[in-house]
Ligand binder design. Sequence first.
Ligand SMILES: Nc1ncnc2c1ncn2[C@@H]1O[C@H](COP(=O)(O)OP(=O)(O)OP(=O)(O)O)[C@@H](O)[C@H]1O
Length: 299
Amino acid sequence: MNMIKLEGLSKKYGNKQALQDIHFTVETGSIVAVLGHNGAGKTTLINSIMNIVDYEGRIEYGFDQKDLYKKVGYQMQSSSYESEAKVYEVCKLYRKILKSRVDLDQLLQTFDIAACRNMYVKNLSGGQRQKLSILLTLIGEPELIIFDELSTGLDSMARRQIWDYVKQLNEEKGVTIILTSHFLDEVEYLADRVVILDKGRISRIGDVSSIIREEFEAAKKIEFRTHDREVFRERFGSELSSSGNLLCIRYKEEAEEEVYRQVKQLGGYDIAIRNYTFEDAFLNMLGYKLVKNGEISHG
Ligand SMILES: Nc1ncnc2c1ncn2[C@@H]1O[C@H](COP(=O)(O)OP(=O)(O)OP(=O)(O)O)[C@@H](O)[C@H]1O
């Protein structure tokens, strides 16, 4: 069953074509990541789904469209709730507006911010604010939650924690999730399916695992250090690449033992055999490069 179906979605701001002919579906119970560099059209796509901007094309919902704001929880990039208010007051306000009966104390405990209930929102740390903004999307007990840049600005501990909350919500409560992201590790950890936007168009769509398989077939990689790169360059030619201090050889799975033996024999050390990741696939297919924190930009 589909939660969302987009057919020929396009959006222009003046002369600027922000989205062009977007087609895809979001299955109920799935996690779909929309990935793309700055300005690729991610927020415009989400705003169209939320009916916040006008657009051309068609969006079908797996529920009555008049219930959009009841069925969908939307965590926006910049939190719009009142930062001069206290945490518990904001939660109560949301519960009242959404006519919800959800147990706020329990939610605050789940998100590990019960101790902050009487603090002003403006005094929360970045991670606590982010947790609060996720908590607020849950008050209406939505069937679909949209996270726009789920973990931007968080440290690595807080990111992991937030990812686990999101996974739990999806697995235990069956909530459908759409998230936009710049982060490949986040997409690989969370998403069943990924939609890659490039300048307002879909450049690739598919399951995370099939994208990796399609990009690398049955290849794996062996990474290692060496004091003599030249000898490896001569032996492995174009199958050899380097990343910082490491050398990497791409090989077909059946050649594993032989490649390992040769790397050792030629003086490779700190040897590790790895599967290709979504990050490898993404960089390979689009010529993106990684910048700080694993964020992506056009190479
Ligand atoms: N209100 C607007 N008026 C004019 N142009 C806009 C407007 N909003 C977005 N754009 C343009 O549309 C394109 C897509 O923007 P959008 O914000 O959807 O991208 P994004 O992928 O969410 O980017 P980011 O990762 O930086 O948030 C960009 O070129 C942007 O400059």
